[in-house]
Ligand binder design. Structure first.
Ligand code: 6PG
Length: 272
């Protein structure tokens, strides 16, 4: 069986441009098929450029037809309104105030929300103002259940994920108890070994694996070993949690830059 699709870009700028274009394509397909686009955002620093491009280049969608996101569908190929039909969520969050420089909410606000004409009630941030990460996790799970309705698992149209150099993704860290949470949509997690050393709130494997599409964005030589281990399937989920991202019926695509790809072996390489 062919592995997940892998696209290697020359540099972080081309990676960002390619990712923004592919996110827009996923939006158009989702809106045409279901009248809305549910996008789960990754945190970290890699996606900043992608979010800025996505907002600026596509903020004023070609769309001319304003329809209710729930009732009417754009006819095949018809122009559509991107932002009135887009709903944004977070795959994980650092348990810090929303104005803290380590906050994914802050990063997304600065790179995407301040540049895109999206309504505030279309953006669902993880409530780190609550007293504990556990309470924030429970509240966010409720937010998701209210939005997605009475389903076993939410089916995001697109989930964006990053990769830590230790192979973590979202806030699912090596050896963490969160890796074994299979009965909840959202869980809390103590800090991983990589900065920032703060408590986290993260969606769980069953939620990520229920997505229609998962898109990894990976940039930098420091990710090369983890990327090779995960993409080539050589490691356990406990060692490199990103290996646990295996959508049941959805697709996975890896968008990486050359620096991150340097440990990927050409197909057919004999490793003795
Ligand atoms: C976070 C992210 C995390 C991130 C990776 C890669 O909250 O930090 O969700 O999973 O995607 O750590 O981070 P960089 O893009 O900063 O390398």
């Amino acid at each position: 069986m062919a592995g997940p699709e892998l696209i290697i870009y020359q540099d972080p700028e081309e990676l960002a441009a390619g990712a923004a274009e592919r996110i827009l394509r996923a939006a158009a397909e989702s809106i045409a098929a279901r009248g809305r686009f549910t996008l789960c955002l990754t945190g970290g620093s890699t996606p900043r450029k992608t979010y800025a491009l996505f907002a600026q280049q596509h903020g004023s969608a070609a769309g001319t037809r304003h329809v209710s996101p729930d009732t009417e569908l754009p006819a095949e190929g018809e122009e559509y309104d991107l932002w009135p039909r887009t709903f944004l969520f977070f795959g994980d969050e650092r348990f810090v105030p929303a104005d803290d420089d380590r906050s994914n909410d802050k990063m997304v606000r600065e790179s995407l929300l301040e540049n895109a004409p999206i309504a505030a009630n279309h953006v669902f941030a993880i409530p780190t103002y609550l007293p504990t990460p556990q309470q924030a996790a429970e509240a966010y799970a409720q937010t998701l259940k209210t939005f997605f309705g009475g389903v076993a698992w939410p089916e995001f149209d697109l989930v964006l994920l990053g990769l830590g150099e230790d192979g973590h993704t979202a806030s699912l860290f090596p050896g963490s108890a969160a890796l074994r949470v299979t009965d909840r949509w959202v869980t809390s997690s103590p800090p991983g070994t990589l900065p920032p050393p703060v408590d986290r709130v993260t969606l769980t494997f069953p939620v990520f694996n229920a997505a229609r599409q998962v898109m990894f964005l990976v940039s930098g030589a420091n990710k090369a070993e983890a990327l090779a281990d995960v993409y080539q399937g050589w490691v356990s989920v406990d060692q490199r949690p990103a290996a646990g991202i295996r959508p049941a019926s959805g697709s996975t695509i890896w968008l990486v830059d050359r620096a991150a790809s340097r440990s990927l072996l050409p197909k057919g390489t004999n490793v003795l």
